[in-house]
Design a protein around this ligand. Structure first.
Ligand SMILES: NC(=O)c1ccc[n+]([C@@H]2O[C@H](COP(=O)([O-])OP(=O)(O)OC[C@H]3O[C@@H](n4cnc5c(N)ncnc54)[C@H](O)[C@@H]3O)[C@@H](O)[C@H]2O)c1
Length: 258
């Protein structure tokens, strides 16, 4: 039985009810996990209000601002977890960002600043959050991040985010290798295309979704809740032998040659 009762789970990356992280948070809650939720703070507090109202039914015991480009906010997030929970079991890294200009047109025109921003937020943040989680995962743990096929294939317009995902998947392997001796497992879910705030910035996302609906073995794309189910599995003891892997949750699209 999939049971996360007694497990403390930190979920990053909820922006709205389309977010993949929202699908994950719902399924972790359904499996009995105690949730902490972070949100990206903005000057007018828009995200804070929106996300806090959305997650209220899941009764999170922590609700914290955490911009992954802000070292103090990361430190404060994990200090609070240590003080309030004592231990962390599950870390969901479900966030990414690249400038809209860098997600369309020619990859060779990516700016130095745009490249750095995409890799800082989308890739380095997994390394930093995992490093902060490590001392708190005293009874082992499960770290899960979100990737996309564009990290291993050239997908039109995905551009710098493909490079960020390639780095993310390599980071999963290096983190898994380091943290395995503490029984901390690190895996990625490579999800099929889903309409969200972040994916709407990728040029031609609707065409990508229609293509998957025609070609994928299941003749559809996936839902946030399906990704959430896989995250709950990977977070649980049912996945105790799995680490360092990229698991495709994409209605089978990845296996197709044409
Ligand atoms: N939607 C898809 O088709 C798809 C497919 C595969 C993988 N993914 C990945 O899933 C993850 C979640 O994306 P999503 O599609 O649910 O979109 P989303 O827009 O709902 O989520 C992206 C999240 O990143 C957060 N974020 C951006 N910059 C941040 C920062 N500096 N600090 C903290 N948080 C920050 C945003 O606040 C938002 O909550 C991303 O890693 C994305 O690449 C998405």
């Amino acid at each position: 039985m999939l049971n996360l009762t007694g497990k403390n789970a930190l979920v990053t990356g909820i922006a709205n009810n389309r977010s993949i992280a929202w699908g994950i948070a719902q399924q972790l809650h359904a499996a009995g996990a105690n949730l902490g939720i972070t949100y990206l703070p903005d000057e007018r507090g828009k995200f804070e209000k929106k996300v806090s109202e959305l997650v209220e039914p899941l009764n999170p015991s922590l609700f914290l601002p955490c911009n992954v480009q802000n070292d103090e906010q990361i430190q404060s997030t994990f200090d609070t977890i240590r003080d309030k929970w004592g231990r962390l079991d599950i870390l969901i890294h479900c966030l990414a960002f690249a400038n809209r200009d860098d997600l369309t047109g020619d990859f060779s025109q990516t700016s130095r600043a745009g490249f750095a921003t995409a890799l800082d937020i989308s890739t380095f943040s997994l390394v930093q959050l995992s490093g902060a989680a490590k001392p708190l995962m005293t009874e082992g743990g499960s770290i899960i991040t979100l990737s996309y096929l564009g990290g291993v294939r050239a997908v039109p317009n995905y551009n710098v985010m493909g490079v960020a995902k390639a780095g993310l998947e390599a980071s999963v392997r290096y983190l898994a290798s380091e943290l395995g001796s503490q029984n901390i497992r690190v895996n990625a879910i490579s999800a099929g295309p889903i309409r969200t705030l972040a994916s709407s910035a990728v040029g031609g996302i609707l065409d990508m979704i229609h293509h998957v609906e025609q070609v994928a073995p299941l003749r559809r794309t996936v839902t946030q809740l399906e990704v959430g189910n896989t995250a709950a599995f990977l977070a649980s003891d049912l996945a105790s032998g799995i680490t360092g892997q990229v698991l495709y949750v994409d209605a089978g699209y990845e296996i197709m040659g044409m």
